[in-house]
Design a protein around this ligand. Structure first.
Ligand SMILES: C[S@@+](CC[C@H](N)C(=O)[O-])C[C@H]1O[C@@H](n2cnc3c(N)ncnc32)[C@H](O)[C@@H]1O
Length: 235
């Protein structure tokens, strides 16, 4: 098991990676065909698998509404923030990479969104939210920060608040995209060849449900197509 200093260094590397990658993030999402911005919404490219998968994810997310105040953790360049901004009363979008938040601000450009530069592993919520949302983030949470991360989620929720999240399943395609160094640590490379360490943990839905159950959460996790899953708290 990694010592605290090693763990802090890995988390710092992961943040440095995303800071450096912000400028190419949207381009790589477009190449992957993950998102297509249509009328300001997150939607798949018409006609491919992702289109159907993103549509299913959105339908599941819509089922959580009506949306009041939303906390979005690791909001990135704002693919989901823009959707949330249109559906929620207000959105607080947290990310540790200023470069990501800058793109997010430009994309979303909505008065009901507050952007906060913060590391999820040290940030303390300043208020309570009706929904805590995170997309493609849980797979970047190391096992030994998992319980701490979920405590933050719990501390951020208003009474009867809900959690909804989305992430990738471990397929041949997603596993093949990066070199695994050891355990949960992978090596990520930018277009200019710079390399960074990051955390990438793939879960099977039932395994994740059980892991969450063990720390007191009742969460339903469902696969979506071949590549994604969503998780939703059950009240
Ligand atoms: C895979 S991206 C997902 C972005 C966005 N949620 C999406 O679905 O497009 C992961 C995001 O986590 C952010 N991040 C990485 N480490 C973080 C940390 N310790 N605290 C907050 N955000 C972090 C990165 O800057 C990046 O924007």
């Amino acid at each position: 098991m990694a010592g605290e200093t090693d763990r802090d260094a890995l988390i710092a590397d992961q943040i440095a990676y995303y800071r450096a990658r912000a400028g190419e993030y949207d381009q790589s999402m477009r190449r992957l065909g993950r998102y297509f911005s249509m009328g300001g919404n997150v939607a798949g490219r018409p006609g491919d698998d992702d289109a159907q998968e993103i549509a299913i994810l959105l339908e599941a997310l819509e089922g959580v509404g009506p949306f009041g105040s939303v906390l979005e953790l690791a909001s990135g360049t704002g693919w989901w923030t823009q959707w949330l901004a249109q559906h929620a009363r207000d959105v607080t979008a947290i990310d540790a990479a200023d470069e990501m938040l800058e793109i997010n601000r430009e994309r979303v450009n909505a008065p009901n969104v507050r952007h906060v530069l913060a590391d999820v592993f040290s940030w303390k919520p300043d208020r309570r939210y009706d929904l805590v949302f995170f997309a493609f983030w849980l797979s970047h949470v190391p096992h030994d920060r998992f319980a701490q991360f979920w405590r933050l989620v719990g501390e951020s929720l208003a009474p009867n608040g809900q959690v909804f999240f989305i992430d990738e399943l471990g397929t041949e395609e997603t596993r093949g995209m990066e070199k695994r160094l050891e355990g949960e640590t992978v090596l990520r490379e930018l277009e200019d060849g710079r390399q960074f360490r990051a955390v990438k943990v793939f879960y099977e839905p039932a395994e994740l449900e059980a892991k969450l159950h063990a720390i007191g959460w009742s969460i339903e996790v469902r696969p979506v197509g071949r590549r994604f899953y969503w998780g939703r708290s059950t009240l």
